[in-house]
Design a protein around this ligand. Sequence first.
Ligand code: ADP
Ligand code: MG
Length: 325
Amino acid sequence: MIKFKNVTKVYEDGTEAIKGINLTIPKGKLVALIGPSGCGKTTTMKMINKLISPSSGTILINGKDTSQTDEVELRRNIGYVIQRIGLLPHMTIEENISLIPRLKGWKKEQYEGRVDELLNLVGLEPKVYRKRYPLELSGGQQQRVGVIRALAAEPPIILMDEPFSALDPISREQLQDELKSIQNTIHKTIVFVTHDIDEALKIADEIAVMRDGEIEQIATPSELLSQPANEFVRAFIGEDRLNARQTQMQVIDMMEDNTNYVHYEESEYTLIPYDATVQEAARVLLETGKPYLMVIKDGKKTGSVTARGILRAVASEGKKEARSV
Ligand code: ADP
Ligand code: MG
């Protein structure tokens, strides 16, 4: 757990970048810091691994005051990913990923296995990529390496500062999905800076909305959408998105009108909560390749949805939009 207590930062030129924030980042959660450019996201993040020191207040990691912690030791236990990853150009992909494990004294067999495991995790065939140099990879591939490099030594905390913002929209979506699925297995404490509300809504467990050195609201994605704390947050989320969410169709609206679902084999379906949206349902169907989604309400199976049902729903959502234009 990371805790900020009345933390401020005034830069030497007098800029009051952080004006007294209190923030708790629970263990194992992904918390997004979001807000307009210059609101203090990067400053907040860099105070966690002591790249910047606070002017007043305390930052605690697992109850321990970071001002009392050795910064080299601290940084070895905190993964860090930035927008332009800065893989070391003269080192191979394997050497880049294994850098921190080697610094920590891991044995060769140990870190070699880890490199392969991580490359596989983001869909880069180890045989092909291990010995390549960063410039022999696309931007999206380099960023994947940046992400797994931060995971390599299994740090309990990972800081990510707009890690995907230099990527094209498709690579960006893919990496968001990959990060989400990785996080579902590793459950690290992740602080993720972004200025993209869609990205935050998609990947975060909790979102802290910042403005001008202060935190305006901390909430889960659905709370943020349903109860924005003030006009600033509302405007930042965007009126369109708030409205869209309210009218979005849920899987329960798309359930097939049949009773056969009780006989489906477990291998034929994936469970989905009744209030998942069409888009979420479509994503799950694509990811799993299974023919059905089993809709769960109050912990019980209530019906099923087929890929065709989803397509039909997506088509009718499209029509609704077309009509409203
Ligand atoms: P964000 O990451 O949200 O864009 P930053 O944390 O980088 O915001 O910056 C917050 C504020 O502090 C901005 O006004 C920025 O200009 C200022 N700032 C950032 N770094 C420095 C610095 N080294 N010296 C002086 N001012 C700085
Ligand atoms: Mg920044």
